[in-house]
Structure formats: C-alpha cells, structure tokens
Design a protein around this ligand. Structure first.
Ligand code: DLZ
Length: 513
C-alpha cells in the first residue's frame, strides 16, 4: 500500500481553484488531493486539441502550485502506467491504494461525470461548488412552481442578492436593470479590436502539446498556435488586458462581427473562468469599480455583469434542475445530421466559413457568431439537437456541458419548446448583413432569397417559419415575421419554400453550401 491518507479530495480538470470549499475540509498535513488525466474525459466528444492542452496543462500547473502550498498531490498523467482511463476508475484505484481514506468531492460540472462517480458505490462526501453565486438548491427554490423561467427575473434577484450595480436604496444604477438595447451596434468602418493578449508555452505546456499531438491527432481543430492562459497569474493578465483595452467598448460592439477579427472587444475569459483560473466575484467587483471610477460606461459594465451573474448562473441552474431528461428534448423532431462543413469550415457562406474557420483554429468564437451564425444555421436547417450539441461541446475551449447544453439545446435550437428562452433566435441573412461585413465578400447575395445565388439563410429562414407555423405562429415575439409571411403573395411563398427544399436536399445529399 502507498503511504496512506486520512482523507482524499478529488479535484477535476475544471475545478482548479484554491478557493474550493473542499480544501477547507482537508488538512494538508494528513490528507491528499487526487487529480487525474483520463482518456474518457479527453475523448467522450472529439475535443478541440487546444481544449485538451488547456485542461491538462492547467491541471499540471495547478498540481504544482498545490504542492508548493504544502499539499500532497496524487497526480495521474494520461500516459502513466496503471491509469484506468476514467475518473471513476482513478477514484476507485487510489481509494484502495491509500487505505480507503474518506473521500471528498466538489459537485461536478457535468451530470454524466457526477453520475459515474456516484455509481462507484464508494461513500462520497460532496461539497457545493462555491465558485457560483447561486447554489443548485437555491435555484431549485427560485424556480419553484414557475411554469416558465425567465432569465431577466432571475438576474434581478442576483443583482439584489449580490448588491452589484445598485443605488443605496436598492434600485438599479442608471434607472434600469438592463441596457441591452444599447449593446447592438455594428462596427463602424476602420474600428478594430485591441491587439489580443497572447501567452507563450512553457516546458509543461510544450510537453502536453506533444502528448496531445500523439494521442488526439485525429480530433478536428488545429493543435499549433495554443496561446491561452494556463495559470492563475496568466489568467489575471488576460483579465487586466480586457479591463484596460476592451471593456469600455465591449457593450457597444458586443453583437458585432468583422472579417479577420476573432475577438473584437470580447474578454475571451470564459474558458479560464470555467476551469477555475478566475474568480467570478473578483471579475464582477473589478467591472463595477471600473464603472464607478468613470472608466467604463454603464451599458458595458451592466452587459458584462449580466452575462456572469445572470445568464451564466441561470443556465447552470436550469441544467441541474432538468438533467438528465433535458439533453433528450427535441420539440421540432429534428433529425438531420450535422453537415460535414461544420468540422472543416469548407462552405461558401462567408459568415459560416469565418465562424467555423476561427473555431477550428482557436477553439473560440464569440456569442453572436455561435448564436446567430452557426447556431442560426443549425436551427433553420433542422439539425438534430444532439448532433449540434456535441459539436459545440467539442470545439469550444470554454464548453462544459452545464453551460453548453442549455445554450445550444435551449437558446440556439429552441428544442426545449421555450423553457429557457421565450423565442427561437431565427434570423435571415439581413441580420448578419447588419451586424457584420461578411456579406460584402460572400459568393451568395444577401439581397436575394429564391435564386440559386441567394444567401441560404434567407429561404431557410422562411422555410423554418412555414414548417413550424403551428408551434410558433402564435408566439408574440414572432408576430411581425408571421405577419410579413401572410402579406406575401402565393408565388413568393412557393418560391421560398422550394428554394428551402432544394437547400435542405443538398444538405441531405452531403453537399456543402
Ligand atoms: C475536459 C476535460 C478533459 C479534456 N480532461 C479531463 C481529465 O483528464 N481529467 C479531469 O479531471 N477532467 C478533465 N476534463 C474536465 C472534465 O470533463 C470535467 O470535469 C467535466 O466535464 C465536469 O465538468
């Protein structure tokens, strides 16, 4: 038997925070921490190589930092002899090897992982994930008997509970809870995002890059060029770069897209936050103080804080409230496979090629590219929710199922029938034209809908509304679109339907558009 431990704390690859409440339950003098790189987590979906590099490298750096603080860390490398290949297997193995210590764990991000750990039958002591403001139980209480949940109401509760951006009398700063209407500007010509912060690879990261190259070369996405933070200090530097150079314009251009601008004014911190390298409370406090010191307008500060304490906590609450059945919802009965070009970027639709291309290169696209380009296309084309969910989970550095699934299945695909959001985010090519400069260099014409060179988003948009009119026709948020459809003459409606049918048939034949 290895030197026994009294207690063993399991720390997962997305739990790399010194502030986890788990650590308060352990004693560095007598207890141990277990961390494990396992094949199952790296391959249950074909993760982008950068994502595996990020998680493994950040895990190795965190293990070293724990050891520096005096912790005994049992660390299983992916290629270590005896690696059982799964988190449950490693927990069982080390529980036996260390003399059956008391086991401590933090609630998992993903239902799948928590289920597998519970299924070991080992006696497990669970700790709440203190990185979130709203516990799973508090969300269940908030949701109560409400038939429909709405983010906006949840967000107001969170603002009140956290005290963020409030007047002394408890009213919202600036007289409104939400300044989203100010955050939809297109990018003026000549405006560019700041130079992105980039982080060099140290010896640990280079070793991981080589390992990922050997073991996961068949995964889609580029291995070279990894430049993301892997330590708390680097994540702080990324954050300070955002505060100084991008936050002031973040609100205005939050929804904009531009050629050759993968980040614009976005923070790019979501992956670091989701794996524990950044602390939500600090981020919110920094943004609020930047606003109160006059460095950042309210629409930017409020918009940023809303994403963190509103949307992000809301989707996590819904995930844990509704899993595991939530993953199977498919109210439109979609069954079309994901087009091959999602994995290669080879499509003549310029906006899609840009969004997918940067995703394969960087493991990153911002929320409007995800929602209104790749997501919108999947919605309009009737892609099977499970297939598009797997894609988002695999290709984005920040994608863990608790945040990916509600965003994709609920917000993008409306496959939950409107439980998470009140309308599907369907749009024609006009929206993309308004918010980007992609259409100018596209081979398709955004001002046409029925001709062979017309932007596919246009006919697919009307086809989507027509084929789901029974379910969506009475949705007040789509009333204008359905009114426009009613006012079209029959010949136009037929031509749109037929063009939509031809496009879908081409997808079914495995053709790229
Ligand atoms: C994403 C990921 C990967 C690629 N590898 C590991 C791993 O080897 N060990 C580990 O503990 N965690 C890994 N993760 C993150 C887990 O998948 C994550 O903990 C679950 O998705 C739960 O959120």
């Amino acid at each position: 038997m290895k030197h026994p431990a009294r207690r063993l704390g399991l720390v997962l690859g997305d739990q790399l925070s010194f502030d986890l409440s788990l650590f308060a339950a352990l004693d560095p003098a007598r207890d141990a921490v277990l961390m494990a790189e396992v094949n199952e987590e790296a391959s249950y979906v074909p993760h982008h190589p950068h994502k595996i590099v990020l998680v493994f490298s950040a895990m190795r750096h965190f293990a070293a930092a724990l050891e520096e603080r005096g912790w005994r860390v049992i660390y299983t490398r992916l290629d270590a002899p005896g690696n059982s290949g799964s988190l449950a297997g490693e927990l069982r193995r080390w529980h036996a090897a260390l003399g059956e210590p008391e086991l401590h764990l933090t609630e998992c991000g993903e239902w799948r992982v928590e289920d597998a750990l519970r299924a070991t039958g080992l006696p497990l002591n669970w700790h709440a994930d203190s990185r979130f403001l709203c516990s799973r139980e508090a969300f269940v209480r908030w949701a109560g008997e409400r038939k429909q949940l709405r983010m906006e109401l949840f967000y107001r509760e969170m603002r009140k509970r956290s005290g963020l951006l409030l007047e002394p009398d408890g009213q919202p700063l600036g007289g409104s809870w939400n300044f989203d209407a100010d955050n939809r500007k297109a990018l003026p010509k000549g405006v560019r995002g700041p130079f992105p912060a980039r982080f060099g690879q140290d010896a640990i990261t280079r070793e991981v890059v080589a390992l990922v190259g050997e073991r996961f070369a068949h995964h889609y996405g580029r291995l070279e060029g990894f430049d993301y933070p892997v330590t708390h200090a680097e994540a702080q530097a990324l954050w300070q770069h955002f505060l100084a150079f991008a936050l002031p314009a973040f609100g205005d251009y939050q929804d904009a897209m531009a050629e050759g601008e993968p980040y614009l004014f976005h923070a790019r911190i979501s992956a670091a936050l989701n794996i524990g390298l950044l602390d939500l409370r600090q981020l919110c406090a920094d943004v609020e103080s930047a606003h109160r010191q006059g460095q950042v307008p309210l629409n930017a500060a409020e918009g940023f804080i809303r994403q963190l304490i509103g949307w992000r906590e809301y989707v996590r609450g819904i995930y844990w409230l509704r899993m595991p059945d939530y993953a199977t919802l498919n109210v439109f009965g979609n069954s079309r496979p994901l087009p091959e070009f999602y994995w290669t970027g080879r499509t003549e639709m310029r906006c899609m090629a840009q969004a997918i291309g940067q995703t394969l290169e960087l493991g990153y696209a911002h929320h409007i590219q995800r929602l209104m380009v790749t997501g919108n296309f999947a919605l309009l084309a009737g892609i099977a929710p499970a297939a598009i969910c797997e894609w988002y989970l695999a290709v984005y550095l920040d994608a863990f199922e608790w945040v990916e699934l509600p965003n994709t299945l609920g917000m993008v695909m409306h496959a939950d029938g409107g439980y998470l959001g009140s309308k599907p985010y369907c749009a024609s090519g006009r929206y993309i034209q308004r918010m980007s400069d992609h259409c100018a260099s596209c081979r398709y014409r955004v001002d046409r809908a029925t001709e062979e060179d017309a932007c596919p988003f246009n006919a697919l948009y009307w086809h989507f509304l027509m084929r789901h009119s029974e379910r969506l026709g009475r949705n007040p948020r789509l009333a204008m679109a359905y009114r426009n459809l009613q006012h079209m003459d029959d010949a136009r409606v037929d031509a749109l339907w037929e063009r939509g049918e031809r496009l879908l048939a081409r997808l079914d034949a495995g053709e790229a558009l």
